[in-house]
Structures are given as C-alpha cells and as structure tokens.
Design a protein around this ligand. Structure first.
Ligand code: EPZ
Length: 424
C-alpha cells in the first residue's frame, strides 16, 4: 500500500498545468467500440480508471497503446477493429463502475452485451435504472439476471427519451447507443456537463450526427457507420477546482494552466465569496488565497451548479474557515466519508443526512487518516496542506483513480508532500 506524508502550513506558489479530463476520457474510450477504425485520444491522463477501461477494451480484443505526441502530450491509440467479444470481464467490471459505459457501444456494435452489475462504491449505491430504461426505449431487450445483465438488440431504433434525473452516465450511454440506431433520438432532461459536450464533439468527429449537448435536449440522427478520430480531450475541471482550493487553503498564489475558466465558474464564484482573489484568462486561472477563508454555504447540483465532485474539497476548505458553513450534498447518498477523518485532524463537522454543518477552526492538526474514495482522499490531502504538523494519508490508490500525479504537482508548487510505499 502507498501513503502520502505531508508537512503542512506551506503556502503554495508557482504554475501548474492541468491534465485531460478523466470523466471525458472514460466514455470516449468506451465509444471507440463504435469506430470502424483506430482512434487517438490526446491529453489522456495517466489514471488508474483509464488503465482499467483500457484493460477491459484489450480483454475484449482491442489494441490500446499509450504514447506521447511529438509535442509531449500523453495520448492513447485505440484500435477496436479486431474486437469480437461482448462480455465485459467480471473482475474489471467490479473494479470500476464506469464500465457501465460499455453497454451502449457494445449494443450498438454487436447488438448484444453481457456484464455484471457495476458495484456500488463508497459514495452511494450507484443505480443504473436510467441507463437501462433509456436503452430499452431504443429497443434493447434487457434481462436482469442474478448478478449480471444480458442485453440484446437486433437493431436499435431512435426514440424520445426523458430522463427522470440528468444523469451524466445515462446521458452518455444513450448517446452512444443512439448514434448507429435507425432514425432519430431525443434525450430530454439530459445532463449538461462539459464532458457531455466533449463527448458530442468526439462522436461527431467519428461521423455521428449529434446536436444540443450542453442543453436540456440532445438530438441524435442515426448513421450507418463511424470512422476513427484524433481528438484532444478538454482539461479536467475537477482537478482545476482542486488546485484552486489548494491555493485558497494555504493562502498561496497559484497559476493554473491548461484549464477552461468557464467550466469552473461555480467554484470561482464560491472562492471569491470566501475571500480569494481570482483572475480568469483564456486558458489560465490565477488564484491568490486569503489569509483566512470566510465561511460560506455550499449546495451541490448538476452542472452548472456547484459540482458534487468538489464537495469534499470544499468541506476541507470550510474546516479552516472563519465561521459556520452548511454543506448540502444533493447528488449522492453518502458522500461525507471524509468527515470522520477530518475530525481526527480537529475539524468541527456535524452530519445530518445529506447536510454537513462545519464550524471552522483556526488550525487543523496533522494526524494519520485514511482515504475511502477519490474526492474524499483529495479533501484529506488539502487538509494536510493546511494543517499544523505531519499528516499521513493511507489509501493513495483512491487518489490515483482521478488525479494524474497529485503529489508530484503539489510538490512542484512548494508543498512538502511525499509518496511512500508501506509494506504491510
Ligand atoms: C458521473 O458519474 C461522474 N463519473 C462522477 O464522477 C460524478 O460525480 C457524477 O457523474 C455526477 O456529476 C464519470 O463521469 C465517470 P450520475 P455517474 O449518473 O454518471 C443517480 C468522480 O469523482 N442515478 O450523474 O455515475 C445516482 O445514484 C466521479 O470523478 C440513478 O438514480 O453520475 C446519483 O445519485 C464520482 N439512476 C445521481 O443520479 C441511474 O441510472 C448522479 O449520478 C444513474 C444515476
């Protein structure tokens, strides 16, 4: 197992470049199943989740190769032309619930797919009813057996679909199943996240005919086949927000490059309320942290509201704020796992259902804590940067799922953070 060892109270300063967006690359990797030719995904971050999705594609008969472009960008070459399998391997399905993204493209390509139920995870049961309802609406016959799902569709037909909730994954899965369907599909109450727009652009680059991503209604006109595409992924807005909060928490001054300020507007607005000075440029954001953050309230909402993937990081920030903050998590059932660990560092947090009341303290104190999920681990890392003394964070494999070199990037900004292997 590996852990972070952080010596806190160092002001971050300097410039850091963001990596490509995890939550854009994962569905794009799944949609290469629909391509009759190789695809290149440029600025693909080196993450555990990207590796798992690549391993699944390889096990289904594809060729996935990591490489660097001439201008030094990390990239993936994916060739699914020799793919023949439509059964997603159980162990890999269990390891990453985003494998559910393969359902739509495998149905679109093979008219058949077998996969186990994606595991729930630390932040909630993660149901897939909206995915299944959307695919059934396109004509898939889905049998939910004990522990696994078998779906078949001789030919998918376009349909009018209304999502009960603007689910990111369900929106993407339906998009991928609809691109090769006969006729037109409309997805109403669609998710509007930037990753959905990136997905539309990626699929249209392959020859799909999609419009409306980023709005409530996405329309897809089915086409006969899709070609390969070379595509640059958008920067990761959650990594961007995480580094913005790192600057705000340490009273530092950080320039974040390769980001899209519009994608983190809700985070910028909140950090300005907290007292940070933020300057937005075309693809850079400069953040100067306050000497002490003011307490403000947070409520997570679908995009463009404050992102649920930034809630644990916001909680860490409020732990050292001047005042009392109320944080409401409206998206996931149990996304406060980090609270118990933050309390071990001296935080004053009271949880009532989906609401956390945080009474800010002057100082957090270093402690040995454990990460239980990706963004909870990021939250503890940020708390360690601000805390007095040494913080040891176990469970770094969680951070590796969604951050490409979190410790390396923080150290480059002056943080005293080490990643050490613990042989237990
Ligand atoms: C995506 O997950 C992201 N993952 C999550 O990021 C992110 O937190 C989430 O969207 C919300 O923005 C990827 O893109 C790989 P949802 P997804 O479907 O698609 C309920 C991270 O940290 N729901 O929008 O699973 C669900 O239970 C990860 O990077 C149903 O009820 O999210 C949840 O309460 C964590 N039925 C809510 O909708 C369904 O069929 C939002 O889920 C599907 C979802």
């Amino acid at each position: 197992m590996e852990k972070y060892v952080i010596t806190g109270r160092r002001k971050l300063s300097g410039t850091i470049r963001m990596s490509g967006a995890k939550n854009a690359v994962l569905p794009m990797l799944a949609s290469t199943v629909l391509a009759g030719e190789p695809c290149r995904i440029i600025d693909s971050p080196r993450l555990r989740d990207v590796q798992v999705m690549s391993d699944i594609l390889s096990q289904l008969g594809s060729v996935v190769r990591r490489y660097e472009t001439d201008d030094g960008r990390k990239a993936l070459l994916v060739d699914t032309t020799s793919m023949a399998e439509y059964e997603v391997p159980e162990p890999l399905m269990r390891e990453m619930r985003s494998s559910i993204f393969l359902m739509g493209p495998l149905l679109g390509r093979f008219g058949k797919v077998r996969l186990s139920y994606p595991g729930g995870c630390a932040i909630g049961p993660r149901p897939i009813d909206l995915h299944l309802r959307g695919l059934r609406s396109l004509g898939a016959v889905i049998r939910e057996m004990h522990g696994y799902i078998l779906a078949e569709a001789r030919d998918l037909k376009g349909s009018e679909i209304h999502l009960d909730f603007p689910s990111v994954g369900a929106t993407e899965n339906i998009m991928m199943a609809a691109v090769l369907a006969t006729g037109s599909t409309a997805i109403r109450n669609a998710a509007k996240e930037p990753e959905i727009i990136d997905m539309q652009n990626f699929l249209n680059g392959m020859g799909a005919r999609i419009r409306g991503a980023g709005t409530d209604v996405i329309r897809i006109d089915g086409v006969k086949r899709l070609s390969g595409v070379d595509y640059h992924v958008i920067p990761d807005r959650i990594e961007t927000g995480t580094f913005m909060i790192a600057a705000a928490m340490t009273g530092g001054e950080v320039c974040i490059e390769n980001c899209i300020p519009e994608h983190v507007e809700s985070v910028t607005a909140k950090l300005r309320e907290v007292g940070a000075e933020i300057k937005e440029e075309k693809d850079r954001i400069l953040v100067r942290g306050p000497s002490r953050p003011r307490a403000v309230d947070f409520k997570t909402l679908p995009y463009p509201g404050f992102p649920t993937d930034m809630q644990p990081q916001a909680m860490a920030l409020m732990c050292v704020a001047d005042g009392i903050s109320v944080i409401t998590e409206t998206i996931f059932e149990s996304r406060f796992n980090q609270a118990e660990e933050l309390r071990r560092m001296g935080a004053g947090i009271k949880i009532e259902g989906r609401t956390a009341v945080v009474r800010g303290v002057e100082t957090l104190f270093g402690a040995t804590v454990e990460a239980y999920d990706l963004r909870g681990g990021a939250s503890l890392t940020l708390a360690g940067l601000a805390a007095e003394g040494i913080t040891t964070i176990e469970g770094v494999q969680h951070m590796d799922r969604g951050y490409d070199g979190l410790d390396r990037k923080l150290a480059a900004l002056g943080a005293c953070i080490e990643r050490i292997r613990e042989d237990r």
